[in-house]
Design a protein. Structure first.
Lengths: 88, 546
């Protein structure tokens, strides 16, 4: 199991479009991936749970991945978040 | 039975009632609860319903015209994800397996529970609204499960449908089946609501403010909608149907006649040339505007670009939209109004504080001044697109000379940046203002020399002058643009414009009002900008006036 802390930089935080991108990206991997924001945590299979994390700009979140491709999964997700989900 | 509502889009239609949002998970979910059910069968039903719902959503997304923007597609796309969410369909499946309940009940419970989580998020209006998306998913699934098919969908209407709804938002109208919709009736709203504006652009008859219509009409009832007078009949007698069939035919004939005349120069009998222009909400509306004889666009409402999305449209997206519009218009003028929005609209990403009086609050240009990035993104896109056509920039909610000077400083700043970035733009795009606050009308003489044009916005000018909230249905009788005070301000504005040698337009509903047109011409109004559906009629009124 590996994990990484990362600060969400895009303006709107994790709203629908970023959440959809997270679900899509995570679904490419076999690992079980969890995102935690403060006391709330969510599996990346659920948009509902991801939205309910209520991640806003400048929140620091923790991504945990566990499974055979955990390193690749963590890398893909952190890159997605660092790219601000492609927002302008 | 007949009723009187507010006429919001002209035309006459006779059709069958189609009650939108008549299916709610709460009302139909508990039907089958008494009997224990075969859980395998129910799980299969749920699985098939999810697959069908996904197919419907994919089809809807495919149907959204490209020009109408991607915000509608975004909403439906989100629903596709929610549809397969373990918290919703996963939880429903589990409930069937463990508690032997029906698929309907399982969906109802899962949706209710999940939606409740979001609807409690009072501090985040964006997330709070997602409860609506979740309920939408629930309605769709229940409607598929109970076999009522597309009862929650506006995308597949039976022919000649009179759509009856409490209210219609942008996400509803995006999916509206444009070939089979005959008319629209809403319980709430008025001439300036989203549904009304859409109906006029699509030339569909519409009546608003019929508060009890959903309980008085049932699916399939015969409905007559007279969008000219606001009268609506439910299951009328044969003689009334015949009367209205004659009226509808006469109306259609009149419309054909009027459209024949769209190439007649728009000139009064005394020889004054008038510019007849259209009010639009997206570049897709331009084709209809031109077909109906528009010689320009007097008002391009840009706020629709900002609604129902999670981030403001970026410069490139806006640039493409404005450029498309400008190219469609060619040399004809395209007046683009900068963002006119305030605390009455829920736009979560703008983080607007809740205001007690949003119409007297931080809206339109006031909002743009305190969110410079928002404003500059739009101005840069406009200046760049102005290379490709005759774009004029119009500022809403101006109340002082300072407002104009500040807005112009923003433009100068954007121009400087674009020069530095070596980007092509049109530095000579004209700028003008809306006259919609009484203060601006009163000091119009002082403002005119700072502008290339005025455009009178009668909807707001009337509500501010008379202190009558135009969205308050109980004050409808006090909302009167013919009030002498409103007329005096209109006249004053036109005279001030002419004194400074600039043209004066009007882009409110009043400019298409048959009783107002002769009066406005007498005052010397130069340009009339009206809804697409009243363009031919307005041309006739102008050419028949002195």
């Amino acid at each position: 199991m590996i994990q990484q802390n990362i600060t969400v930089k895009n303006k709107i935080g994790i709203h629908s479009r970023p959440a959809a991108l997270l679900v899509d990206t995570a679904s490419r991997f076999k690992s079980k991936i969890t995102i935690r924001n403060g006391e709330r945590s969510a599996l990346t299979t659920s948009m509902v749970k991801l939205l309910a994390l209520r991640v806003k700009q400048d929140n620091e979140i923790t991504i945990t991945a566990e499974g055979e491709d955990e390193a690749e999964a963590l890398k893909a997700l952190s890159e997605l978040i660092e790219s601000k989900f492609g927002e302008e | 039975m007949d009723m009187q509502g507010i006429p919001v889009s002209a035309g006459i239609a006779i059709g069958k009632a189609f009650l939108y949002e008549s299916v709610t998970p709460a009302s139909s979910g508990s039907k089958r609860t008494a009997l224990p059910v075969d859980s395998e069968t129910e799980r299969n039903r749920l699985e098939r319903a999810v697959a069908e719902a996904e197919r419907q959503l994919t089809e809807l997304i495919g149907r959204i015209p490209a020009a109408d923007g991607k915000q509608e597609a975004d909403i439906l796309n989100t629903q596709k994800y929610l549809l397969k969410d373990p918290e919703i369909t996963g939880a429903a499946d589990k409930a069937i397996k463990e508690r032997y309940i029906s698929a309907e009940q399982a969906v109802t419970e899962a949706v209710k529970e999940t939606a409740a989580v979001f609807s409690e998020m009072d501090d985040d209006p964006y997330l709070k609204e997602r409860s609506g998306d979740i309920e939408d998913i629930g309605r769709r699934l229940i409607s598929i499960l109970t076999g009522s098919g597309g009862a929650c969908s506006l995308a597949e209407l039976p022919p000649d449908s009179v759509v009856i709804a409490e209210t219609l938002g942008p996400s509803d109208t995006a999916q509206l089946d444009r070939t089979h919709a005959a008319a629209i009736i809403t319980e709430h709203g008025g001439p300036t609501s989203h549904a009304a504006i859409l109906a006029r652009t699509m030339e569909l008859p519409a009546v608003a403010g019929l508060q009890r219509i959903s309980s008085l009409a049932s699916d399939g009832d015969t409905i007559i909608v007279d969008g000219c007078t606001g009268r609506v009949f439910v299951n009328p007698e044969a003689s009334v149907v015949e009367e209205y069939m004659r009226k509808a035919a006469a109306y259609a004939e009149r419309k054909r006649e009027l459209r024949k005349n769209i190439h007649v120069p728009c000139r009064t009998k005394s020889g004054k040339n008038i510019l007849l222009a259209a009010n639009i909400g997206s570049p897709a509306d331009i084709d209809r505007a031109l077909e109906n004889g528009a010689e320009g666009v007097g008002l391009f409402r840009t706020e629709f670009l900002y609604l129902d999305r999670s981030a403001p449209p970026g410069e490139e997206e806006q640039y493409r939209i404005y450029r498309t519009a400008a190219e469609k218009m060619g040399t004809r003028p395209l007046v683009v109004r900068t963002l006119d929005i305030g605390g009455d609209k829920e736009i979560p990403y703008l983080h607007l504080p809740k205001e007690d009086n949003p119409f007297l609050g931080t809206r339109a240009i006031r909002l743009c001044f305190i969110q410079p990035e928002l404003f500059k993104t739009q101005l840069r896109a406009l200046l760049r697109a102005a290379v490709y056509g005759n774009i004029k920039i119009m500022f809403p909610m101006v109340s002082s000379a300072d407002d104009i000077l500040t807005a112009k400083r923003f433009i100068a700043e954007c121009a400087q940046e674009l020069t530095a970035e070596n980007k092509q733009y049109n530095a000579d795009a004209e700028t003008g203002i809306m006259i919609e606050i009484p203060a601006a009308a009163i000091i119009a003489e002082e403002l005119a020399p700072l502008c290339s044009f005025f455009s009178i916005g009668t909807n707001d000018l009337t509500q501010y002058t008379l202190a009558v909230d135009r969205t308050n249905e109980s004050l409808a009788s006090l909302y009167n643009p013919f009030h002498p005070a409103v007329l005096a301000l209109i006249r004053r504005t036109i005279e001030a414009a002419h004194k400074a040698g600039i043209p004066c337009a009007m882009c409110g509903e009043f400019a298409g009002n048959p009783e107002a047109v002769p009066q406005l011409l007498k005052y010397g109004l130069d340009e009339f900008s009206v809804s697409v559906s009243v363009l031919p009629e307005t041309r006739r009124l102008i050419t028949e006036a002195d």
